[in-house]
Design a binder for this molecule. Sequence first.
Ligand SMILES: C[S@@+](CC[C@H](N)C(=O)[O-])C[C@H]1O[C@@H](n2cnc3c(N)ncnc32)[C@H](O)[C@@H]1O
Length: 219
Amino acid sequence: MDLHDPEWPVIRHMDPVLVPGDRWYRTESRAFFATRAATWDVKFGSDLPAYASAIAESGLVVGGTAVDVGCGTGRALPALRAAVGPAGTVLGADHTPQMLAEASVRARQNGAFLMLADVRHLPLPGRSVDAVFAAGLLNHLPNPANGLRELARITRPGGRLVLFHPSGRAVLAARHGRRLRDDEPLAEPVLRVSTAETGWELLRYEDGPSRFYAVAVRG
Ligand SMILES: C[S@@+](CC[C@H](N)C(=O)[O-])C[C@H]1O[C@@H](n2cnc3c(N)ncnc32)[C@H](O)[C@@H]1O
């Protein structure tokens, strides 16, 4: 990797459209987040300590490889670097270029690589990472189980999946003006089944007002 390459540290890997209807999903999702990228940190910057404490208590392996999927502006990258230490590897993946542009400063400061990639089809070998961190991602995937399956593919047995949001589901639903539903991807019974069916075992589930935090281990 050439640190003087102006393109560094973004690795571009957008796969072709995966299934019919995907082009619509990708276009809509990117357009939604593209318009929010520049002000994301201004709006949500005060959440950073919550990211740091969630990652610090997730038992990431020092010297290991951690990937932040749907990394957005890279808010988790400093905490992931702190968790894996200087010898570890930190990666961020997102399919919205404007989000990665915002993330690039944090990526450089924390020696993290950024990938322009769809988290449902990552340019990473099987069993190559020790920990996957996903904040605010799962609800945005058209088929969350497919996303979990791909995250399981890249994670070594015993590796961790951390699902996080700096507010709980009820607070978020109220903020979005909708009712909390028990068939949502992050509802405990739903998540328990979808993780079990995709190669994960759910170890911890917390959905209080101040955060959503779930940890699963790769079987
Ligand atoms: C709610 S934002 C969260 C961003 C960041 N994790 C945070 O906590 O600030 C969701 C992010 O996931 C990205 N995303 C959504 N679907 C994706 C997909 N299929 N592949 C890659 N990134 C995706 C969006 O571009 C957006 O940056």
